[in-house]
Design a protein around this ligand. Structure first.
Ligand code: PEP
Ligand code: MN
Length: 341
């Protein structure tokens, strides 16, 4: 139910006008007159009311503001579904008691390096291999990824380790090839509001990892997820990966507030990518631990066997031995909060 709050001293005529407008839209009005002001409870299913329709009420004479009880995001909201969504990917279930770690290089560079990293992270307890074959680089002159060859390498890594593959889709034109190789399709931060891309991945059954945009609010992220769910695909995992702030000491500001806020607002699983959140390898472990403590359902961590030679994001990649130590520490934190890793 939405609540329309009227200005102090609003007249009966104004109230009647608001009630009439509500009734013309198929709602019933429940009027509550207080000593200071009157509020109107809107009865009926307001979940399909658009922001524009709300604005039309907001500008009416006598109306002070509108309090939305049903959030603008609907299918993603806990109001719509109280129980956590569990996203199943092969043998793994994301959003349940077990915390999953997605690890691997920023970009797929060659088969030898990828296989080595995949085997190492698997041994340390990661449950997914990641790696970009289509890379969203800020500069058009930077390494753009190996394309389909990179996807083939990822599927080879899956064959050898059993780890399901997470990889990014940047362009709806590449959907078929990415569907063929990926177990989870990543939508990167820069494409979080690429609505055509969201609609495209919403039309398939493949799990989606949706990363928060660089300047996206939590509401923006949920509205982006709503695009995917509204097309019929509810296998969406949200990912906090740091946002742009005035702070320059780190690449981004990892917004860990987003974890409990999202867990409250939505039934979708929430994971954290501390690698892009901080941009420096030595800051990844503390923030990974904090993410688990904050209630994240998983982590995405960049790991590279030779970060100095990495074609992208070497500065924020953990070496496999550091990743191994981190995984051990994370297990302790997971256990302390009643989860497992
Ligand atoms: C990535 O995961 O490698 C990546 C490019 O992330 P983001 O979209 O969050 O920058
Ligand atoms: Mn990266």
């Amino acid at each position: 139910m939405d609540i329309i709050v009227l200005r102090p001293g609003s007249t009966d005529k104004e109230i009647r006008h608001v009630v009439k407008k509500l009734e013309s839209k198929g709602f019933k009005a429940q009027i509550s007159k207080g000593t200071e002001r009157t509020v109107i409870g809107v009865i009926g299913d307001t979940s399909k009311v658009t922001e524009e329709e709300i604005s039309a009420f907001e500008v009416m004479s006598g109306v002070e503001n509108i309090h939305r009880i049903i959030k603008p995001f609907k299918l993603t909201s806990r109001d719509f579904q109280a129980k956590n969504t569990l996203v199943k990917v092969r043998e793994n279930t994301i959003g349940g008691k077990k915390i999953h770690v997605i690890a691997g290089p920023c970009a797929v560079e060659n088969i030898t390096t990828l296989l080595k990293i995949a085997k190492d992270v698997k041994k340390s307890g990661a449950s997914f291999i990641r790696g970009g074959a289509f890379k969203p680089r800020t500069s058009p002159y930077s390494f753009q990824g190996l394309g389909e060859k990179g996807l083939e390498f990822l599927s080879k890594a899956r064959e050898e380790t059993g780890l399901p593959v997470v990889t990014e889709l940047m362009d709806p034109r590449d959907i078929d090839v990415v569907l063929k190789y990926a177990d989870v399709i990543q939508i990167g931060a820069r494409n979080m509001q690429n609505f055509r891309l969201l609609q495209e991945v919403g039309s398939h059954d493949k799990p989606i990892l949706l990363k928060r945009g660089l300047s996206a609010t939590i509401k923006d992220l949920l509205m982006a997820a709503e695009y995917i769910l509204s097309r019929g695909n509810n296998k969406v995992i949200l990912c906090e990966r740091g946002i742009r702030t005035f702070e320059t000491a780190t690449r981004n500001t990892l917004d860990l507030n987003a974890v409990p806020v999202l867990k409250k607002l939505t039934h979708l699983p929430v994971i954290v990518d501390p690698s892009h959140g901080v941009g420096k390898w030595d800051l990844v472990a503390p923030m990974a631990k904090a993410s688990i403590a904050a209630g994240a359902d998983g982590l995405m961590i960049e790991v590279h066997s030779n970060p100095e030679e990495a074609l992208s994001d070497g500065e924020q990649s953990l070496k496999p031995n550091k990743f191994k130590i981190l995984m051990k520490e994370l297990k302790v934190i997971a256990k302390a909060i009643g989860r497992e890793l």
